[in-house]
Design a binder for this molecule. Sequence first.
Ligand code: IPE
Ligand code: MG
Length: 243
Amino acid sequence: MDGNGRWAKKRHLPRFAGHKRGVDAVRSTVRACVRRNISHLTLFAFSSENWRRPAEEVSLLMKLFRAVLERDVDVLHEQGVRLRVIGDIEAFDDHLQNLILRSMERTAGNTRLTLTIAANYGGHWDIAQAVRRALAETPELAVHPERITEAHLARHVTLADAPEPDLFIRTGGEQRISNFLLWQLAYTELYFTDTFWPDFSPAELDKAIASYQQRERRFGRTSEQVEAGETGPPYLSGAHTEC
Ligand code: IPE
Ligand code: MG
């Protein structure tokens, strides 16, 4: 979700006004995904690198995260949304951590849309924590590193129990992954738009989906194989993989 600051600057407003409007775009995008029967939406809200921003902006972003959780979880629950947060949440203050855990528990039984917020998240962090968890689960891997397979990591990266992402959307004109879901995006279709995040609308979402629908997903195969009906990702996601 990029472009909040530039959206505000264009209007001679403080950057924070852009972040606030960005929350409105989150609300309308979540509703649009529910209406379109999309099963998973993952939003990059705050990266491991965003701590480098001016302290005042970081503190306002934390306050905003807290306010949104306090205000919106009821509405999300009514819409059948299951909320999850991925990232190193231990860096947040106790109040925010508790709020995150309570919001996840409250909505855990919902099945219409899994909304995952990546907060203090980084793709490098994700892979490192997967290695730590794989070794904690199977300590002999530390003695026999040659036995570590992709499947071990696939089971422990975040979103291991979710389908591999179909579509990645980056707003705000940059064409970068910026340390988002590095492992999980291996075969995801990438879509970039100049629209600033606060202006991202259901119509913009439909444009991205229409672009996705034009793509041929081969997962390493040839066009001829795909036409003959051989489909599906190259390997199953972690939850379904036997090690
Ligand atoms: C994205 O918008 C929001 C967060 C990273 C929290 P930016 O704040 O990066 O907006 P620009 O890139 O300055 O326009
Ligand atoms: Mg930015």
